[in-house]
Design a protein. Structure first.
Length: 205
């Protein structure tokens, strides 16, 4: 791994609004098993969430990706309790063009539709644009994952297009992949929008 790639995967903990993003490790295995069991998330056809029995291999794959320099996975932690809420990653890291994607994101059902996802995205985007000096941050999702598409669009990301026949789902069908991105020049506005969304969560809490 070259020095440029190492900068994208060096250990860092990101914290805001009672949420911590910490580098994923096997210490989080039991917590992730509980998180994925909260809602039986692995049964969702249009996601790649691991079952409790698959969590160990899931973590190993993420760690291998970090060692190779193309993925950096975080455990999502509730700071006051230490409870593992889910995980998220930078992936498809391309240091030469200063591009990362955000994905492999999933949360226990009990914390979905809360401030958790918006906080995580604010943390990841802030680190990507302001510390890693990325030019672009991307997302990809299943063409039938309409909830994910709405969530990405709600962040302020722009739809780049659709890759047809792109990826194999766990049920053996082949999905189209919808691509989104935010560019460096859009970050100031997107950051203000995310902070506004989080202020509304506070007001309604």
């Amino acid at each position: 791994m070259n020095t440029s790639a190492m900068n994208f995967v060096k250990p860092i903990t990101l914290t805001a609004n009672g949420i911590q993003l910490v580098p994923l490790s096997f210490e989080h295995e039991a917590g992730l098993q509980q998180a994925t069991a909260d809602g039986e998330l692995w049964k969702l056809r249009i996601t790649g969430v691991p079952s409790p029995a698959e969590v160990n291999a899931y973590i190993q794959t993420a760690l291998d990706g970090r060692e190779a320099g193309h993925r950096f996975a975080f455990a999502v932690i509730d700071e006051p309790t230490g409870k593992v809420l889910g995980c998220t990653s930078y992936h498809d890291i391309v240091p030469s063009v200063r591009r990362v994607e955000i994905g492999y994101t999933w949360y226990a059902k009990s914390v979905q539709r809360t401030h958790v996802n918006t906080t995580c995205k604010l943390l990841l985007l802030t680190h990507a644009f302001e510390d890693l000096r990325c030019n672009v941050v991307g997302w990809r999702t299943d063409n039938f994952n309409f909830a994910s598409q709405r969530a990405i669009e709600r962040l302020g990301a722009k739809k780049d297009g659709v890759i047809r026949g792109h990826f194999l789902r766990r049920d053996g069908t082949i999905r189209d992949t919808v691509m989104y991105s935010v560019h460096q020049g859009e970050w100031t506005e997107v950051r203000a929008h995310l902070n506004y969304l989080l202020s509304r969560y506070d007001a309604n809490s």
